[in-house]
Design a binder for this molecule. Structure first.
Ligand code: AMP
Ligand code: MG
Length: 486
């Protein structure tokens, strides 16, 4: 374990030069205080959780102090936002402080979100509010605990600094960790401003540091693009299987590592609804739950376009064609697990789809359904979940089919409950739970955020005294609209 002031920094991205990022110092927020820190994210930096309680911690992560080796930079990128190209975005309120090298030799970007204005702030104030910082913190750590690749969150630091959104709020800073902050939009930027040399420099950088295995391939850039397609196919399969809605799948919010990244108005499904739109500003539902699959493919095509100077178009097209079949294979695999089946049959996808149709009609809670289905014996479990459906005849038809499917499993009953509970969370980050924790935090009580974070860090394990977090959402809590303004 290390002390806070002993972090060892590298500045690989900064060394790419001023075409890629510019030096900006953080603009501190007043009276910084720790809202919440993640022990498992702290461990990535070899820091013990107790370090977070030191005054130095809040000072460092609120822009008041800097490490000697750190070199804060704002990155430039562009991207397609809701389908339209914006030629220049960049870090308008976040700074890459540097890359911490941990004892395992990994590089972790320290990104301070809400650190003040930069040359890329456009009309924005460079700040992040407490509410959105807590949401990103809880979301990142909850995704990670579910086994869904995501950027991580080290901590949230609150302050007394006033910022204006629809109302007066307080500024906060979130410390985001990721092994890279390079987005699809980085490549789009250099493609559209016609700077192929810089694009290639970045391509080589990502290849060397993040896809080193691809360097051995006959065509390294193509191999890397294929890996990016593969990772995204797997990522989106996980989102869909667990009901995660990102909310703003613009290409500037897509990580080159294939991890969940820059999610603002995200949500996990409460009731199953294939058409669910979590982002209040997404009028047409471009980023609805079920559209995430075609949108991810579209985003990969946008990245492919930006790589046309380096990879033959036919090769890019062939790689893009891998997306859907790979997605489907991963998704089906995950859904089989969620249903507790260990073998593969041709009709399994149809079994899943029939179930989802029943759930859609009955507005059935997506998380609790699978959790309850894992109880033993199967007949009793089916009886319990049945109560939630509206079209009982349709559900009974499905459950007959499912029962028969389970009967064809080798050692069906054995270990079924453990197997299913290990993949079907009891606790999920529901919007209303986040909302309650945020309201308490805004009133100065951080205990609810901390408790919710703790519960969600072990989502598959029943935790004594935490039943309230496993309940169905109240009606008022089901359709909270989350806006982009953060
Ligand atoms: P986002 O919707 O958070 O992915 O942000 C889209 C773009 O707007 C990025 O370039 C951000 O850096 C920028 N941005 C968002 N909020 C602010 C803000 N409060 N001040 C400055 N720039 C911002
Ligand atoms: Mg963004």
């Amino acid at each position: 374990m290390k002390a806070l002031d002993q972090l060892h920094f590298d500045t690989r991205f900064a060394r790419l030069g001023d075409t890629f990022s510019v030096e900006v110092l953080p603009d501190p927020i007043d009276e910084p205080r720790l809202v919440v820190a993640s022990p498992s994210a702290m461990a990535l930096l070899d820091l013990d959780l107790s370090e977070a309680e030191q005054p130095l911690f809040a000072e460092l992560f609120s822009g008041h102090k800097l490490w000697e080796g750190a070199e804060p930079r704002a990155m430039v990128y562009s991207g397609h936002q809701f389908g339209g190209y914006t030629p220049r975005l960049g870090d308008g309120r976040g700074l890459l402080l540097g890359e911490v090298i941990n004892e395992a030799g990994e590089h972790w970007d320290l990104h301070l979100k809400g650190a003040g204005q930069t040359p890329f702030s456009r009309m924005g104030d460079g700040r992040a509010v407490l509410r959105s910082s807590i949401r990103e913190f809880l979301g990142s750590e909850a995704l990670h605990a579910l086994g869904i690749p995501s950027s991580r969150a080290l901590c949230v630091i609150g302050s007394s600094t006033v910022v204006w959104r629809e109302r007066q709020e307080r500024a906060a800073m979130l410390v985001r960790l990721a092994q890279s902050h390079v987005r699809f939009g980085h490549f789009e930027y250099f493609y559209y401003i016609k700077q192929p040399e810089q694009a290639q420099q970045l391509l080589d950088y990502v290849l060397e540091h993040h896809y080193p295995d691809c360097r051995e391939a006959e065509a390294p850039y193509l191999a890397m693009f294929r890996s990016i397609v593969e990772r995204n196919a797997e990522l989106i399969a996980r989102w869909q299987a667990y009901g995660f809605c990102h909310g703003v799948m613009n290409t500037d919010n897509m990580s080159i590592l294939g991890i969940t990244f820059d999610f603002g108005p995200y949500a996990f499904l409460d009731d199953f609804d294939a058409n669910f739109i979590c982002n209040h500003s997404d009028d047409r539902g471009r980023y609805s739950y079920s559209n995430q699959v075609p949108v991810a493919h579209w985003n990969l095509s946008a990245l492919a376009q930006a790589l046309t100077p380096f990879i033959a178009v036919d090769d890019l097209k062939a790689a893009l064609e891998l997306f859907l079949p790979l997605y489907q294979a991963h998704y089906l695999d995950l859904m089989r697990r969620r249903l507790g089946v260990t073998t593969a049959e041709d009709d399994d996808l149809a079994l899943v789809e029939q179930l989802l149709q029943c759930m859609q009609r009955g507005a059935v809670d997506y998380t609790l359904f699978f959790r309850h289905l894992g109880e033993q014996p199967l007949d009793a479990a089916l009886q319990v979940v049945r109560d939630d459906f509206i079209d009982l005849a349709a559900f009974d038809q499905w459950s007959e089919r499912y029962r028969a499917r389970c009967a064809r499993e080798p050692n069906n009953a054995q270990g079924r409950r453990e197997r299913m509970h290990a993949v079907n969370p009891l606790y999920i980050l529901r919007n209303y739970l986040a909302q309650q924790a945020i309201e308490a935090a805004e009133a100065g009580d951080y205990s609810k955020v901390r408790e919710l974070h703790q519960v969600l860090s072990r989502p598959f394990e029943e935790q004594p005294g935490m039943q309230a977090y496993a309940e169905r959402p109240p009606e008022w809590g089901k359709h909270l609209e989350i806006s982009c303004s953060s």
